[in-house]
Ligand binder design. Structure first.
Ligand code: NDP
Length: 255
């Protein structure tokens, strides 16, 4: 047993959507703390670029082509991780999309796409890694929610439903799997500069200014702001922490 509560060296972490944005910020943080990284995402070019940046860190990082809404694809990725590394200790359910429009404008296809990637994908990934974590004597599952896990946004109703769902999913899994020494927690990002939000300043300039004024920290978050919380939730330091959702938002929800 290490004396360093934050030591995750030798552990194996799957990060869905880890080829950019918050996911890459988390993957980099976990790698710097010693974990081997599996980037699971669809865009292979983005994954290659992410792997280049991770190659500066002395751990093993690999990329897998995965579509989280496809249970066969998820099962294959988990099998491939087991073949390559022999264990899975950490799962970060970060893959996500948004579709911004008013609630009455969503088709069932659009509802399905957001829910399938953001919520069903997280369910598939957790279900597939579960038996392997049990064999390892425990594990850590970290779901990426949102501020819309707790409050609504007029232009993101389906996204908010998926992000509320991912927190409730984590709570139930945390109870069911506590006996297996698997902790399941959520991170709720505030307004973070990534591809997902880059268009907001052009599509909704008034909203963008309001957001800027409301963030007590005085700035939008960066993907690197997620390294610390991810290492905490992935490490022995959080051994008695499960079923919770932590905002990382520069104080936005406190205001
Ligand atoms: P990005 O768009 O940069 O990252 C999303 C990632 O998800 C991409 O790397 C994408 O990779 C991956 N992804 C999307 N669909 C799938 C799929 N079907 N299968 C596998 N991977 C998929 O945005 P962010 O970094 O901002 O978002 C990361 C998470 O943080 C999301 O869950 C998002 O909802 C959440 N979040 C972000 C906030 C922000 O302000 N940016 C605020 C609150 C929450 P690829 O295209 O290669 O598949």
């Amino acid at each position: 047993m290490t004396n360093n509560l934050f030591d995750i060296s030798g552990k194996v972490a799957i990060v869905t959507g880890g080829n950019g944005g918050i996911g890459l910020g988390i993957a980099t943080g976990l790698a710097n703390a010693g974990a081997n990284i599996v980037i699971a995402a669809r865009d292979d070019d983005k994954t290659s670029t992410a792997l280049k940046s991770l190659s500066k860190i002395p751990v093993r990082s690999v990329g897998l082509h995965v579509d989280v809404q496809d249970e066969g694809s998820v099962a294959k990725a988990v099998e491939s991780t087991m073949k390559q590394f022999g264990r899975i200790d950490i799962l970060v359910n970060n893959a996500g999309i948004n579709n911004r429009k008013q609630p009455q404008e969503f088709s069932s296809t659009e509802w399905n796409e957001v829910m399938d990637i953001n919520l069903k994908g997280a369910f598939f990934c957790a279900r597939e890694v579960y038996p392997h974590m049990v064999k390892c004597g425990g594990g850590k599952i970290i779901n990426i929610g949102s501020m819309t896990s707790t409050f609504g946004l007029d232009f993101a109703a389906v996204y908010a439903a998926s992000k509320g769902g991912i927190v409730q999913l984590a709570k139930s899994q945390s109870i069911a799997w506590a006996k297996d020494n698997i902790q399941v927690n959520c991170i709720l990002p505030g307004w973070i500069k990534t591809e997902l939000t880059s268009r907001l300043q052009f599509t909704k300039p008034e909203r963008y200014s309001l957001i800027n004024e409301r963030i007590p920290a005085g700035r939008w978050g960066e993907p690197e702001d997620f390294a610390g919380i991810a290492v905490f939730l992935a490490s022995p330091a959080s051994g008695y922490v499960t079923g919770i959702a932590i905002p990382i938002d520069g104080g936005y929800t406190a205001f």
